[in-house]
Design a protein around this ligand. Structure first.
Ligand code: F6R
Length: 240
């Protein structure tokens, strides 16, 4: 696994954003998947600017990584709210270019099948940008996740529930997520795992110091042929 360290968050986002842009220039019909959450917000900005400056997105496709079950666009902090308001709403995309989990679905299993089918139609994800949870989760693949999973419903880990307050601005009764699984994620052509800030330093160091294990899902990308761990200096501060 390649490690890239940038001085600060804007520089980190510029690096990651340029990787996505390069993928889209090399393969205009690429399938792109970028996490929700706080980590990629600056990457969204880089992509919106690139689009305003003429990056052709007319053949690109975007797929969601995960969602809180029971939350929709109107819910502050849902993945849909974050990714649409910071990215999709600002890009000239047609609805058929986006496949995003509907957290309000009455039939989560059918929702999993719909998202899996969209990815299968495109073959695989061309570039995947992940954040790291405080417990090492990637997407909502929590510690102990099954390597053979594609889209699936996940009971949320207590750490994930505790951290979720930062998105929702308070406690919400969310107990399950819907997420792409490790099998699909590890089939991506290129993976970038991003982390910034001091609070991620410990899980970043743990990820680097551990053998790949499903107990720490972020370690599993280490065996991937084209994976980069992209950090700012504070997230990298405990690396020995
Ligand atoms: C969000 C997601 C999560 C986050 C992770 C880090 O769609 O899949 O795995 O990437 O929890 O969250 P932030 O970026 O808020 O620190």
């Amino acid at each position: 696994m390649n490690i890239e360290i940038r001085q600060d968050y804007p520089a980190l986002c510029e690096y990651v954003g340029q990787q996505v842009i390069q993928t889209l220039k090399n393969k205009p019909d690429a399938l792109v998947c970028i996490a929700g959450g706080d980590t990629p917000l600056g990457v969204f900005k880089v992509l919106v600017e690139a689009s305003q400056q003429g990056l052709d997105l007319s053949r690109a496709a975007f797929v969601g990584l995960d969602e809180w079950l029971g939350l929709g666009r109107e819910d502050k902090g849902s993945c849909r709210e974050m990714v649409y308001s910071h990215l999709f709403d600002k890009l000239p995309l047609r609805p058929d270019q986006i496949c995003f989990f509907d957290g309000l679905t009455a039939d989560p299993q059918a929702e999993c099948e719909r998202v899996d089918a969209f990815i299968a139609e495109h073959g695989h994800i061309d570039i995947l940008v992940l954040g790291i949870g405080m417990n090492g989760h990637i997407g909502f693949n929590e510690p102990g996740a099954d390597l053979n999973n594609r889209c699936h419903i996940v009971p949320l880990d207590p750490i994930t529930k505790a951290v979720s307050v930062k998105y929702f601005g308070g406690v919400r009764d969310v107990t399950q997520g819907i997420s792409q699984g490790l099998k699909t994620l590890l089939e991506a052509q290129q993976i970038i795992v991003m982390a910034n800030g001091e609070k991620k330093a410990e899980i970043v160091a743990t990820t680097l110091n551990s053998e790949p294990t499903t107990a720490i899902p972020s370690t599993l990308v280490k065996n991937h042929a084209h994976c980069t761990l992209a950090l700012d200096t504070t997230a990298a501060s405990l690396i020995k």
